[in-house]
Design a protein around this ligand. Structure first.
Ligand code: ZN
Length: 250
């Protein structure tokens, strides 16, 4: 039976029977997989505290190819994100990032850039920077990696670069609309032209340098509304952790 050796981030963990756990992992090489951790709830379990959501692991699991449930054989903590767990706003931000990747990543399909983005984002949560800007950057980047990059340079209808102070935004068509084309469609949202620059920067800026981006007050709510509604349009539902980060950001 094949053995799989990889790194992973724990996405969720559920009790199974009297002593076991089913753990959903985002593995670096094999994408999202589910494993059974036998006797994980026994006091002297060899898996210890490895199976908490957000934990970055190095692990070995086995099972037949393409099956739904593998068996966890061994795991070691690469990083526990303990400092994130001790701080409520950081904790919910980390859980939100984990939940977002769980919703967007396919089963058993390698998505290495998305895995690396999640690890970098969690490390950044642990640091001192602004969590709001980090959330916006993570939302934009994970959506882009999932194939949903909004078109922010030219009008999605006429291809002209909008010069007016206000531009339209379509969540269903993932992009902006100029002043002329806005009048010919049912408008989903309207944002300041100046906000577009910040949205573009969120798509390109290195996540390590999130703190260099200072989003002006007037653009913060517009950007939040754009990224949040793009995610809603894609997932069709609200993530459970979202109301918590929203409440804590106030
Ligand atoms: Zn247009």
């Amino acid at each position: 039976m094949p053995l799989y050796r990889t790194q992973a981030v724990v996405l969720r963990s559920m009790n199974l029977g009297d002593a076991d756990k089913i753990v959903t992992l985002f593995t670096r090489e094999y994408g999202k997989v589910k494993v059974v951790a036998k006797a994980a709830r026994r006091i002297k379990s060899r898996f210890g505290a490895c199976l908490e959501p957000m934990t970055h692991l190095s692990l070995i699991y086995f099972g037949k190819e393409h099956q739904d449930l593998y068996r966890l054989n061994q795991c070691d903590i690469v990083h526990s994100f303990q400092k994130v767990r001790e701080h409520p706003q950081k904790f919910y931000t980390g859980i939100y990032f984990v939940e977002l990747s769980e919703s967007l990543v396919a089963e058993a399909h390698p998505e290495i850039p998305t895995f690396d983005l999640l690890c970098k984002a969690l490390r950044k949560v642990e640091g001192e920077g602004d969590l709001e800007t980090l959330c916006r950057l993570y939302e934009m980047r994970i959506m882009a990696l999932a194939g949903y990059t909004p078109r922010l340079k030219r009008c999605i209808q006429c291809r002209e670069e909008p010069r007016s102070r206000w531009v339209g935004f379509s969540y269903t068509r993932h992009g902006i609309l100029c002043a002329v084309c806005q009048d010919q469609t049912v408008l989903e949202a309207r944002i300041q032209n100046g906000t577009l620059n910040y949205l573009r920067k969120l798509l390109t800026l290195d996540i390590q340098h999130t703190d260099r981006l200072k989003i002006p007050k007037g653009s913060e709510a517009e950007i939040e509304s754009i990224t949040h509604r793009l995610i809603l349009a894609r997932l069709g539902r609200e993530l459970k952790s979202y109301p918590f980060i929203k409440k804590m950001a106030v």
